[in-house]
Design a protein around this ligand. Sequence first.
Ligand SMILES: Nc1ncnc2c1ncn2[C@@H]1O[C@H](COP(=O)(O)OP(=O)(O)OP(=O)(O)O)[C@@H](O)[C@H]1O
Length: 300
Amino acid sequence: MEKVLSVKNLTKKFKRIVVNNISFDVEKGNVYGLLGPNGSGKSTTFGMLLSTINPTSGEWYWFGKKGTDSDTLKKIGAIIEQPNFYPYLSAETNLKIVAEIKGTPFHRIDEVLQTVGLLERKKDTFKTYSLGMKQRLAIASAMLNNPEVMILDEPTNGLDPEGIIQIREIISNIAKQGITIIIASHLLDEIEKICSHVIVLKEGNSIYCGRVDEMTANNGYFELKADNNTLLLNALNSLGWFTAVHPEGDLLKAQIRDDASISASSLNQKLAEQGIFLSHLTKKKMSLESQFLELVKNTN
Ligand SMILES: Nc1ncnc2c1ncn2[C@@H]1O[C@H](COP(=O)(O)OP(=O)(O)OP(=O)(O)O)[C@@H](O)[C@H]1O
């Protein structure tokens, strides 16, 4: 796989260290999530990779070339701040201004407006746009010069559910064109829905870096209920298939061991053989959110 970005031991210290020795690689054509709570260092990391913030130490390579020079910046479409366009000019005219600055031919304007679903509204002034439309116009603007990589800092911040879904669909369509995307977000659910890979930051430290599906590839857990939950609890513990069994409301939750592969029907049969008949049985997987909370907890 071709590497688009390689980050090695990147550190930033303001008064205190806010990005601490993080390393990760970004491979072409994937969608990466930089996931972390507010203040975990996501924007600072982007700032360093885009050369707007000086690193304290460490290095990075875009397309195999050290640092971020002006040629490299031409290959990156970034949205770091709130969209900023001329309010009384149309979307089309605003993009013409950007195209002039970037030296991009005007025929790209309709193409990028089509990608973000704003072609029909291109004659409308920016000030009449909803927040979601403004954000979509910013994405269009960042796409004007055919970037190989897009960097998006919290692209759905402040949007309503419909706006969030639209941005998600646009991001996934852009990714299908082979453009590598790196998104910063504190929304775990968003990362799970959009990204193939995730880098989890906590207080400036990278605590997980890898595929989202590998992060979620735990064996999951069962929720169960019987007339006598005490008997059920003892039976589950004696099976040795679970790392933990504990009550949650009137249900029991049994966390399946990593090396065990148990179907709901085989568990049901095993318990029935012991005279325990279930009134409730479901097999579930932990969401990325629970995994993330586990990771954050484990590093304390
Ligand atoms: N110029 C600066 N001077 C001093 N401290 C800063 C500066 N910029 C950022 N910080 C601090 O660095 C830490 C990381 O901030 P950063 O904006 O990178 O986090 P973030 O993960 O992007 O959070 P958010 O989602 O809230 O933007 C924060 O504690 C922030 O206050």
